[in-house]
Ligand binder design. Structure first.
Ligand code: ZN
Length: 226
């Protein structure tokens, strides 16, 4: 086979067999109260256009059935599936993975997978693109299952913070409210609380509220340097 033929064959195979049973994939679900949620699950089987099972071999699958852990089961067109791997950036460079590593462990981070009391050193840093959160794993734990569990933490944060997000959506200015009086930093105002929340969960701050917060920070800076 020539190179171009080989390339064509690869393209076709990739398209045709884009997914296999057992592959971990992500679906995007819009909730009734206007949240976008990412859910993950392994493909359990393929379905026809009408949602029925294939009785014989799967020729040209239209949809996949999956059973995500935190939402109801779904039959999803293949076109809407995203490989879980695409949701993460994985860094293997030792000096970056262990940058600012803990002093008590000779600057080496340990794996946050499941190891009991003696976790091995981390080999990779996994970055959940949507939230920007980072977690370090050893090679053995850098699997779809652990990565998905990590992404699901972001989903849980989003669900737990729903009330705050809705408040900020309705009223972005809440983030720009008055701060504690000088010398009384322990006396947090409601706006201070919103701001420390926004610092902790920057990826959950609704757009207009994030703009408001950025402006507020700028003003604080100007006032401080004036
Ligand atoms: Zn591990």
């Amino acid at each position: 086979m020539t190179t171009s033929e080989l390339r064509l064959k690869k393209t076709v195979e990739k398209h045709y067999k884009r997914f296999m049973v057992g592959d971990w994939v992500r679906i995007t679900v819009e909730t009734e109260d206007g949240f976008t949620e990412h859910h993950y699950g392994p493909i359990e089987n393929f379905r026809k256009h009408n949602g029925n099972h294939y009785r014989r071999n799967v020729a040209q699958p239209y949809a996949a059935f999956l059973h995500p852990e935190y939402t109801r089961s779904h039959v999803v067109p293949l076109a809407e599936l995203v490989e879980e791997r695409e949701d993460f950036e994985i860094i293997t460079e030792f000096s970056i993975v262990h940058k600012d590593g803990p002093q008590h462990n000779y600057g080496v981070y340990q794996c946050l997978g499941q190891h009991g009391s003696y976790p091995p050193p981390a080999n990779v840093m996994v970055i959940h693109k949507m939230s920007g959160r980072k977690k370090r794993f050893c090679n053995a734990c850098n699997t779809a299952k652990y990565r998905v569990r990590f992404a699901e933490e972001a989903l849980h944060y989003q669900r737990n913070c729903k009330q705050t997000i809705l408040e900020l959506r309705a009223n972005p200015i809440l983030l720009a409210g008055p701060t504690a009086e000088p010398g009384r930093s322990w006396d947090e105002t409601p706006a201070d609380e919103y701001r420390s929340w926004a610092e902790t969960f920057p990826w959950l701050v609704p757009g207009p509220a994030a703009d408001m917060y950025a402006k507020w920070k700028e003003n604080q800076h100007e006032t401080a340097t004036a």
